[in-house]
Design a protein around this ligand. Structure first.
Ligand SMILES: [Zn+2]
Ligand SMILES: [Zn+2]
Length: 284
């Protein structure tokens, strides 16, 4: 499968203008911004990578990624009667933080970066792979969920669409919650930085505690009261009960003072030591 490059020159006034700000807002809120981009070529398959390239005098370089949402014509031909290509954008870098053209010229010399790809340029498969590698190096990793791949770093065929609670993944809400509550787990107290040092700094998952039965269509998130920091273990345990997840208080009561599993053999002295330690620490 090939990929397509679409150019955007913010300074050029044309009939159609890419609405960067509203697309970026939609991606922040929903993870995707669906746009219809005027293009004269089609990559020929839904799911093909779409790369948004900044054109023009001031800032030039790679700005964003998306995938082709729907395709009617074969590869290379006009995508539609009206010449627009439906694209689902999934990541736009902040203006000014694009990958500069100098890096692209160096790393993917096969692409004619000086040309104007406004109406769409098909990329050769080897160039498409090189471009993905550059993107993977430069695109900001998600501090919220490092396990989720950054859009554009894996082909569509390697991904499944997973429904997530977007309040738990909203970077701004997570930042506010952690700034208020701190980055230690509200159930077990685990802290990534204490255990892993700098690599764990400021990382913690957050759990959205408002049950679905109490969220109407007008619900607005309050990141300070509706989110709590939870480590991935406690977060998983919280969601083990459905439809109402365990509360943090319930989960704390479930934590066992000793660490042996039923049916396993435990040295009586070891068990005694564990119970003493639990009593001293005030757990249980
Ligand atoms: Zn925990
Ligand atoms: Zn949760």
């Amino acid at each position: 499968m090939t990929a397509i490059m679409l150019g955007w020159d913010p300074d050029r006034r044309e009939e159609w203008q890419f609405a960067y700000a509203s697309a970026a807002d939609a991606i922040r809120a929903d993870g995707v911004a669906s746009v219809s981009w005027p293009a004269s070529v089609s990559p020929g398959a839904a799911g093909a990578d779409v790369w948004i390239v900044l054109q023009g005098g001031h800032e030039r370089g790679l700005l964003g990624h998306g995938t082709v949402a729907d395709v009617r014509g074969p590869a290379g031909q006009s995508p539609d009667d009206d010449g627009s290509l439906p694209v689902d954008l999934d990541l736009l870098l902040p203006r000014g933080e694009h990958i500069p053209e100098s890096v692209l010229l160096d790393r993917v010399p096969g692409i004619e970066w000086g040309a104007d790809p406004t109406s769409g340029t098909l990329l050769a498969p080897e160039d498409a792979l090189l471009l993905r590698a550059v993107w993977a190096e430069h695109a900001p990793s998600s501090a919220v969920d490092p396990v989720t791949p950054i859009p554009g770093t894996l082909p569509m065929s390697a991904l499944t669409r997973v429904v997530v609670n977007r309040y738990e993944r909203d970077p701004d809400a997570v930042r506010l919650c952690l700034a208020h509550h701190g980055t230690s787990c509200a159930v077990c107290g685990f802290n990534f930085e204490e255990t892993f040092g700098a690599a764990g700094r400021e990382y913690m998952q957050v759990h959205h505690i408002v049950p679905g039965s109490r969220m109407d269509a007008d619900y607005v998130l309050d990141p300070l009261t509706d989110l709590v920091p939870l480590c991935p273990n406690c977060h998983a345990m919280t969601h083990r009960r459905t439809p109402e997840p365990y509360s943090s208080a319930e989960l704390r009561r479930l934590i066992r003072p000793t660490t042996h599993l039923e049916g396993t053999l435990v040295d009586p002295a070891e068990l005694c030591a564990q119970e003493d330690a639990a009593r001293i620490l005030g757990a249980g």
